[in-house]
Design a protein around this ligand. Structure first.
Ligand code: SAH
Ligand code: SF4
Ligand code: F3S
Length: 446
């Protein structure tokens, strides 16, 4: 009989989500199916993220809770994966003796075999990071009943940028690009199976092709080339990508928004701060002016492009004036949306030893001010859509209504007037704007 695996996911990045899918797939070849709850599980995988504060404590307290579950069911296997596992694996297993397997970020592809090994040899910590390797191919086995309408496809792993606050280069290793043909083949298989939307994934997709895969590209093939090639795959309705570092954003890539039909008019371009001295201390390698020039150019190539960003407030040494710089940048760009965070010390990063750490109360005040203003701007931005007709892709359709998404990544809710399925594209007239979503009316199908 099938064994059941249950995933406990902490909210990480999309790569972390994709890792859960990869582990589920690897495990399905070893007789596991995904279960719906902790109690019925034979294997629990805690997939962790360590990007911000208290990640380790949260993992430890969850594992503390799972100790009781294991006492009740001694055959249960407990595995910790993801970025906390990568960095803190040895510490975790020494304190939490009921954990069976720690699997690092590059070691998830054969988690099935690793678990077999645990059954024979007892608990293991498998967290080696290679500098140069080919990203493995796990071509998904998609049965028609379970084909999702959208999928993430990994194009790179790791990061070489060493922003001084960031744990990712330490948890994911060196930046490695996946082979072009492997990416194209995977997307083609997914689209043929019925997937309508693909998001290409990497921590820094703009530097695709420059880095350490075994099959070296030596800069001859860029991310723009990849976008163009993927976009031509027949049947692909929507193409997105994430994430970009402004330091590697080229004109060639911006031009893609002008002339690739199925590339969605949305760009997530994390700025982090609106002060040159803070950007320098963060090791971001661009200035506020350079960022603003990129925004102008993107809007020239694609006037309707919806821009979103990430911002950190309270970076060590951030003065009141530096923070005003971030507020000014928000006013100038009028982002459609943003993710903003209070700076937190992360293990292994350079900023840990920076002086002039900002007090928690000041960070909270700055974050609240930024988020309040962003909320107003998002609402104004969303109001620009009212009265317009947009093509949306359906995500859910039930008696309660239709949830869908525009190319610009805005969620639109409509009343259901006809039977629709996820992945269908229909036109809606936008009737109402909120901060986080829009409401609309479905146009009759032609
Ligand atoms: N690769 C992406 C970001 C990945 S991490 C990029 O280069 O932009 C996602 C976001 O988490 C970052 O953009 C940053 O805003 C935030 N973040 C990362 N480390 C952080 C830290 N130590 N404290 C607070 N926020 C952090
Ligand atoms: Fe972290 Fe910077 Fe790499 Fe993004 S580019 S993952 S913020 S080190
Ligand atoms: Fe978190 Fe690791 Fe992603 S730290 S954001 S899961 S790369």
């Amino acid at each position: 009989m099938d064994q059941k695996v249950f995933f406990i996911k902490t909210f990480g990045c999309q790569m972390n989500e994709r890792d859960s899918e990869i582990m589920a797939q690897s495990l399905s070849n070893h007789g596991y199916v995904e279960g719906m709850d902790i109690n019925g599980a034979d294997l629990i995988i805690l997939n962790t993220c360590s990007i911000r504060a208290k990640a380790e404590q949260k993992v430890m307290s969850m594992l503390g809770y799972l100790r009781k579950t294991k006492i009740k069911k001694p055959d249960l296997k407990i595995c910790v994966a993801g970025c906390v596992a990568q960095q803190e694996g040895k510490k975790i297993i020494s304190k939490m003796t009921h954990v069976d397997l720690i699997v690092g970020t590059q070691n998830i592809y054969n988690i099935g075999e690793l678990l077999n090994n645990v059954s024979i040899n007892g608990p293991q910590v498998i967290t080696h990071l290679e500098d140069k390797y080919d990203i493995p191919n796990l071509i998904p086995d998609l049965s028609p009943a379970t084909v999702p309408f959208r999928k993430f496809v990994t194009i790179m792993q790791g990061c070489n940028n060493y922003c001084t606050y960031c744990v990712v280069p330490h948890t994911r290793g060196r930046e490695v690009s996946r082979k072009v043909n492997d990416i194209i083949d995977e997307v083609a298989i997914l689209v043929k199976a019925g997937v309508k939307e693909i998001t290409l994934l990497g921590q820094n997709v703009n530097s695709y092709g420059k880095t350490n895969s075994v099959s070296d590209f030596s800069g001859a093939y860029s991310f723009s080339d990849l976008l163009r090639d993927v976009s031509k795959i027949e049947g692909l309705k929507r193409l997105r990508f994430t994430t970009s570092n402004p330091k590697d954003l080229t004109d060639e890539l911006m031009r893609c928004f002008e002339d690739i039909d199925n590339l969605c008019h949305q760009f997530h371009l994390p700025v982090q701060a609106g002060s040159d001295s803070v950007l320098k201390k963060m090791n971001r390698k661009y200035t506020v002016d350079q960022y603003l020039t990129q925004v102008d150019k993107l809007r020239q190539y694609c006037p309707e492009i919806a821009l979103t960003t990430d911002v950190i407030v309270g970076f060590p040494g951030e003065s009141a004036q530096d923070f005003e710089g971030t507020m000014n940048l928000l006013e100038k760009v009028q982002f459609h949306g943003s993710f903003s965070f209070k700076y937190s010390d992360r293990p292994g990063t350079r900023a840990i030893v920076f002086e002039d750490k900002i007090e928690e109360s000041v960070k909270s005040e700055r974050l609240a001010r930024f988020q309040a203003r962003q909320g107003e701007i998002s609402l104004n931005r969303n109001r620009e859509y009212v009265g317009k007709t947009k093509t949306v892709m359906v995500e859910e359709c039930s008696e309660e209504g239709v949830k869908s998404r525009t190319e610009t990544n805005h969620i639109v809710h409509c009343a259901k007037t006809t039977e629709l399925k996820p992945g269908d594209c229909v036109d809606v007239t936008i009737t109402h704007a909120g901060r986080h979503s829009l409401k609309g009316q479905l146009k009759p199908l032609r």
